[in-house]
Write a protein that binds this ligand. Structure first.
Ligand SMILES: C[S@@+](CC[C@H](N)C(=O)[O-])C[C@H]1O[C@@H](n2cnc3c(N)ncnc32)[C@H](O)[C@@H]1O
Length: 511
């Protein structure tokens, strides 16, 4: 019969050896305990004899007499201090304030700062690319759940000067990575260097990776992946940790898209820049997958932008679910307007887009206030809701085709003129806001539109234009040329005295 390796005489010998080793180990550790107790007794006796704590010299004498261990070196003391600081950091966060950075799309910083001022009591500072602020864990949770304009939420881990790699590594390794990341989270480092002695981003990322691994301990990790960002500018290093994971604009409701979908944060920036009063109707005649309609409806109802998703920080050691849920409930109570019933109307000539918009609206919990019609711009009934006379008028907020695939710019121009014709039917005072690529083509709409912000969508420069119907120079304005022709007989009360955009021809964009 085949025997197991341990059953062989060799195996028995091994077993014996292991037992001896184990005994030795136990003895050693016991002996250490006895020696240290013995040393403590001798120290106590010496102190009792001298009547005071043993000073450096006396201590050395006593140690040489008693054979006690030498005093702690400077390095030991430093290491102890660092350990204490780490523990303090662990204890103070999430109650103590830390430095946070909320990133945004370029050009959206001022709108984001206004949004954050409603969400936190802490001071904010808009800088290029986002907003800086201090905050505790509750602030962090409120921003994650309540910000519709931020793209990422970063925890600033530390800022220091470094002109040499050794300094970069030493100072990075001192930061409390173990307390913040815990044991199981994986991480990756990205680096950006500008006008600095350390300019090789690859080498910087590599050194920071080593330093972080040293600070929190090596070993196989299987937790979620977090991004650590190292930015060096004029030799000043800033290390930040992305706490959100998936960008904040991924709200979770838009699982169906149509052609050229607009990002959720930019759709909200467009709505907020339009001058729309959320108690009045809003119309998007080129609604695609419905992003503008859904963002507008959720804003009007006071639904939290981040309530339908999870965040990476939920997997980090400091995360406190009880506190998070409390923050969510109190924020929802502050912002929610469950009785609001705005009329949000969309149209698109593409049946697939209409279907996607309807389904996305349901997922976004606004299926009951958003209605979408399958119609081309020239026939869409959605504008009717804006013609009813009220004290404050509803708005047209849209992201018309940019013309990537249109080819002939004149066709695109005719499409904008069609939009202008429909806007020309509206009473004076209706806010109009468009997100476009080409401001010159947008002039065909005939409403004087001002640039509210310049931003970037997927590497393409886009701008948000806004104005009001009937304003000087618009199709409803007194003295504007040819307004009546353009609008035909369906003109509103204000059209009697106003003129049209350049062309009256109603044209669709090519398929
Ligand atoms: C830039 S996309 C809008 C994207 C949308 N904001 C979203 O987030 O999905 C433009 C939309 O205009 C629609 N469109 C193009 N020509 C049209 C026309 N003549 N009438 C109505 N819709 C049209 C396209 O089907 C497309 O969905």
């Amino acid at each position: 019969m085949a025997r197991k390796a341990t059953d062989t005489p060799m195996g028995t010998a091994k077993k014996k050896k292991t037992r001896i080793k184990a005994r030795t180990k136990t003895r050693t550790s016991k002996a250490t305990t006895t020696r240290s107790e013995h040393r403590a007794k001798i120290r106590a006796k010496t102190e009792a004899k001298t009547g005071a704590k043993t000073g450096a010299k006396a201590g050395a004498k006593a140690r040489s007499k008693t054979g006690a261990q030498p005093r702690k070196t400077h390095q030991d003391q430093k290491a102890q201090k660092t350990r204490k600081a780490r523990t303090a950091q662990k204890v103070s966060w999430p109650d103590g304030a830390v430095q946070l950075f909320v990133a945004s799309a370029p050009g959206v910083e001022a709108l984001l700062e206004a949004e954050l001022q409603r969400l936190t009591k802490f001071e904010t500072k808009a800088v290029p690319g986002g907003v800086e602020l201090e905050g505790d864990a509750t602030t962090l949770y409120r921003i994650a759940l309540g910000s519709g304009l931020g793209t990422h939420l970063m925890l600033r881990l530390g800022t220091f000067s470094a002109r040499r790699f050794e300094v970069l590594v030493r100072k990075t390794a001192k930061l409390p990575f173990r307390a913040i990341l815990g044991d199981d989270v994986r991480f990756e480092v990205t680096a950006k260097c500008r006008k600095s002695r350390l300019h090789h981003t690859g080498a910087v990322a590599e050194r920071v990776t080593t330093a972080v691994a040293e600070a929190r301990g090596y070993g196989q990790k299987s937790g979620p992946l977090v991004a650590i960002q190292c930015r060096i500018e004029h030799d000043e290093v800033t290390l930040s940790l992305d706490l959100t994971g998936e960008p904040l604009w991924k709200r979770g409701y838009r699982s169906e898209t149509a052609k050229a979908p607009l990002r959720e944060d930019l759709a909200l920036a467009l709505v907020l820049s339009s001058g729309w009063d959320p108690t009045t109707p809003l119309v998007d005649p080129f609604c695609g997958s419905g992003t503008i309609l859904i963002e507008a409806a959720r804003h009007a109802l006071g639904l939290l932008p981040g309530s339908g998703r999870s965040f990476l920080f939920e997997a980090l050691p400091f995360f406190d679910r009880g506190r998070f849920l409390a923050a969510r409930d109190s924020l929802q109570a502050e912002m929610g307007r469950p009785d609001a019933a705005p009329l949000i109307r969309g149209a698109d000539r593409n049946a697939g887009a209409v279907e996607a918009a309807r389904n996305n609206a349901k997922r976004g919990q606004v299926g009951h206030v958003v209605t979408v019609e399958e119609a081309a711009i020239s026939k869409a009934m959605v504008f009717d809701v804006l013609k009813e006379s009220t004290e404050t008028h509803g708005a047209v907020v849209s992201n018309p085709p940019h013309g990537h695939r249109v080819g002939d710019p004149r066709t695109l121009q005719r499409l904008y003129q069609s939009l202008g014709n429909r806007i020309g039917e509206l009473p004076d005072g209706c806010p109009v806001a468009l997100l476009v690529r080409d401001a010159r083509i947008a002039r065909s709409v005939g409403v004087p539109l001002e640039t509210r912000l310049l931003t970037d969508q997927g590497g393409t420069k886009v701008r948000i234009l806004a104005g009001v119907t009937g304003a000087r120079g618009g199709p409803n304005a007194k003295g504007a040329k040819g307004a009546k022709d353009a609008r035909g007989s369906k003109s509103s009360k204000s059209s009697k005295s106003s003129k049209s955009p350049k062309s009256s021809k109603s044209t669709e964009s090519p398929s």
